[in-house]
Write a protein that binds this ligand. Structure first.
Ligand SMILES: [Zn+2]
Ligand SMILES: [Zn+2]
Length: 253
């Protein structure tokens, strides 16, 4: 049971901090060694390799809610939740969108052999906890992790509040934010995807951000991208839900 909690939250961190905030959006910088740790850690979640995951995620941001969006809920809940991953159309790695990371041979290797991560973890769980370790610590934890991650694609564009009037259907959802260590503030995220922190107010729990802020203090990561505009900085301190005006943002940028 403890093993299950460790493998769930540990791998969730690698997915949100690694696959999402680092490989997809480059919201901070780090060493080549820690970049590899993030890639390998993320691959243990059995959600394919970093180039596949981040490549499709970049397409999601580029074409959100259109027919080009790989997991738009417009094609139905099941499609956005798991259907799109199992589909033949999304089987290949969208290499062209990931040139910045595809240049590293070790990242290409992890992406190509994306079975190594999950198998290593499964064997480790078995060695630690025997059959219960494998079944609960690896398989149950992996299934829970899948569904929490997939819910961002399916539910975070359907249920929740919209603070910012972004030109997509993204929403903020506190329950999803707790389950996914901060990824539930999806409307905040779509508004400025290059910003590392996703829970903007003090009460918007964003555990991934707390850990990354700590890693920044330890100089393991740096160049962490914070909100750029005056309006965003106000959001961090004041509690008023003003609608976002894209014209002001581009003027300030
Ligand atoms: Zn989205
Ligand atoms: Zn994103």
């Amino acid at each position: 049971m403890i093993l299950c909690l460790v493998t769930y939250w540990g791998r969730m961190f690698f997915i949100t901090a690694g696959y999402h905030r680092y490989f997809s959006h480059r919201t901070y910088r780090t060493s080549r060694a820690f970049q590899f740790v993030l890639a390998f850690g993320g691959s243990t979640a059995a959600q394919k390799g970093p180039l596949w995951w981040a490549g499709h995620h970049r397409i999601h941001h580029r074409y959100t809610d259109t027919i080009e969006d790989p997991h738009t809920p417009r094609k139905g809940f099941w499609w956005s939740h798991v259907g799109w991953i199992l589909s033949r159309d999304t089987k290949d790695q969208p290499e062209s969108t990931m040139k910045d990371f595809a240049k590293y041979p070790e990242i290409r290797f992890i992406s190509k052999h994306d079975w190594i991560g999950p198998w290593s973890l499964a064997i480790a769980c078995f060695l630690i906890g025997g059959w219960p370790g494998l079944l609960i610590g690896f398989f149950l934890s992996t299934v829970l992790l899948w569904h929490s991650t997939f819910m961002i694609n399916s539910l975070a564009h359907v249920f929740g509040r919209r603070r910012f009037d972004t030109d997509d259907t993204s929403r903020n959802n506190a329950l999803l934010a707790v389950l996914t260590m901060g990824e539930g503030w999806h409307n905040n995220h779509h508004r400025q995807a290059s910003v590392c922190r996703q829970g903007l107010r003090w009460y918007e729990v964003d555990v991934t951000w707390y850990i990354l802020a700590l890693l920044e203090k330890l100089h393991i990561v740096w160049g962490v991208r914070r909100p750029r505009t005056a309006e965003d900085r106000i959001d961090l301190t004041e509690a008023h839900d003003e609608d976002f005006d894209p014209d002001r943002e581009s003027a300030a940028a």
